[in-house]
Design a binder for this molecule. Structure first.
Ligand SMILES: NC(=O)c1ccc[n+]([C@@H]2O[C@H](COP(=O)([O-])OP(=O)(O)OC[C@H]3O[C@@H](n4cnc5c(N)ncnc54)[C@H](O)[C@@H]3O)[C@@H](O)[C@H]2O)c1
Length: 435
């Protein structure tokens, strides 16, 4: 079977709640690639190839040659932020990309000024800013976002948009009755329910305007039955949570290797120093708890201690994030990994990853925007588990555990693309070559 995909004609609007380091590195990066000033390294939609058919066929097109993705020349950007500075000023403040490059891109970046945000300090305690929407209730604010989206589409003559949450991490929230059904949620919007977070209001506005939504932060946001159901009902793809970059990326590369070779693990201590605004927000224990939950889940799901008590029955897994301003966006993440082998003999692995957070996140924003648009045009709706490759804490159907192993996630993504085009799925069995 192959899906009836609408072609990617016309331009695609990319809406970004939160125009800080990640969002501006993404926008400036796309503009730089368009201007021939750099390569979209790390982006599977731009640089990835996909094998089709048996190895002997030699068919390895680019991913974007297999499926009809929007061209990056056709992307148009808009966003919201509690600070009113334009994308150039925000990118300069974030200090991720070189000033000379940003200066060259200044005319394009200065045109992108954030729209007033839906914000509530209870959800991000460390920040406050002037560029926020009025309105008495969440519902009024949701309608204002819907107006923003419709205005942006009209002004740019767009019929398709996607939204990727790049705003700060909100405080930890567990699911409540108001999140259970669409009716309870909409009543909560009207009655200003304190358990509705600003990110949920953005997601609601996205779904109501037929805009696919991805959540780049670990907040609950669309991982609630009400919004999952609404997305299904309205035919809108959604995905989350928390971009998989830096330390968790390394963890989900290494842990599947230990598990495959049946090496034991009894400790994994991860600590980070980072000095950007994200680090400042995560300095608040309630925002850090949201991040911690997202980071801690991966090992247990990959290693499955219940099935391998001798190897993974007692793991001490600790994650620390320290706000250290001198580093800016150039995070340093240390991992000390205590493993053991044959006859329980202990060994250690040390990793010191001098990474650049937003440089790792920007290609993820691009791929999510393009793949969610593809999903929408292919008639896929609700939770898009095939995009779990990009997330620390993948959103999955109720009752399922998430698949964290990066390589399994990669196979899932590639096979979904093959499936969408009616190509044979690749099982890596390979016995046919020896028959
Ligand atoms: N950089 C990475 O590698 C990475 C990885 C995983 C997740 N994330 C998440 O992505 C998000 C963005 O990271 P960043 O480094 O760009 O942070 P940042 O602090 O530079 O940018 C976030 C922006 O969101 C704005 N904001 C906060 N609440 C808002 C709201 N309700 N509406 C609109 N704007 C709002 C802030 O003013 C800020 O400008 C964070 O939640 C972070 O945890 C980043």
């Amino acid at each position: 079977m192959s899906y009836d995909m609408r072609p990617a004609g016309g331009r695609l609007g990319v809406l970004l709640p939160g125009m800080g380091a990640v969002a501006t590195t993404f926008i400036a990066g796309v503009e730089a690639v368009k201007a021939g000033r750099g390569k979209p390294i790390g982006s599977l939609t731009q640089m990835g190839t996909i094998r089709l058919g048996p190895r002997t066929d030699g068919r390895n097109p680019l991913v974007k040659e297999l499926v009809p993705l929007a061209d990056i020349e056709d992307l148009v950007f808009a966003g919201w932020d509690i600070f009113g500075e334009d994308a150039y000023a925000s990118a300069r403040r974030a200090g991720v990309l070189e000033t000379a490059l940003l200066d060259d891109l200044r005319p394009e970046l200065e045109q992108i000024r954030p729209m007033p945000a839906v914000f509530d300090r209870r959800y991000v305690k460390k920040l406050d800013g002037p560029n926020v929407k009025g309105g008495r209730t969440w519902m009024e604010k949701a309608r204002a976002l819907i107006d923003d989206i419709e205005r942006f589409k009209r002004a740019n003559d767009l019929d398709r948009c996607v939204m990727v949450w790049c705003a700060s991490t909100e405080i930890f929230l567990s699911p409540k009755p108001v999140h259970e059904t669409i009716e309870a949620f909409e009543l909560g919007l009207l009655e200003n329910d304190p358990d509705i977070a600003p990110s949920m209001v953005y997601c609601y506005a996205a779904i109501k305007t037929g805009t696919p939504f991805a959540n780049g932060a670990p907040n609950l946001t669309c991982d609630i039955p009400a919004l999952v159901e609404l997305a299904r009902r309205e035919g809108v793809p959604i995905a989350g949570k928390d971009f998989k970059t830096g330390q968790t990326l390394m963890k989900t590369i290494l842990a599947p290797g230990f598990k495959a070779r049946l090496l034991g693990l009894n400790g994994w201590f991860s600590t980070n120093i980072l000095g950007n605004r994200d680090g400042e927000v995560l300095d608040d224990p309630s925002s850090f708890k949201t991040k911690e939950e997202s980071k801690l889940g991966v090992l247990e799901h990959i290693l499955q201690p219940d099935r391998h008590p001798d190897l993974y029955g007692e793991i001490h897994h600790k994650v620390r994030i320290n706000y250290y301003p001198p580093r800016g966006d150039n995070k340093e993440g240390w991992d000390n990994i205590d493993i053991f082998g044959w006859l329980n003999m202990p060994m250690q692995i040390k990793i010191d990853f001098l990474c650049r957070d937003s440089i790792l996140a920007a290609p993820i924003v691009l791929d999510l925007a393009l793949f969610l648009d593809l999903a929408q045009r292919s008639g896929m709706k609700g939770v898009q588990e095939w995009l779990s490759f990009y997330f620390k804490s993948p959103q999955v159907a109720e009752g399922l555990y998430p698949e964290h192993d990066l390589f399994t996630q990669h196979i899932k993504l590639m096979n979904t693309l093959r499936h969408l085009k009616g190509e044979t799925l690749i099982t890596h069995l390979g016995l046919e070559y020896y028959e």
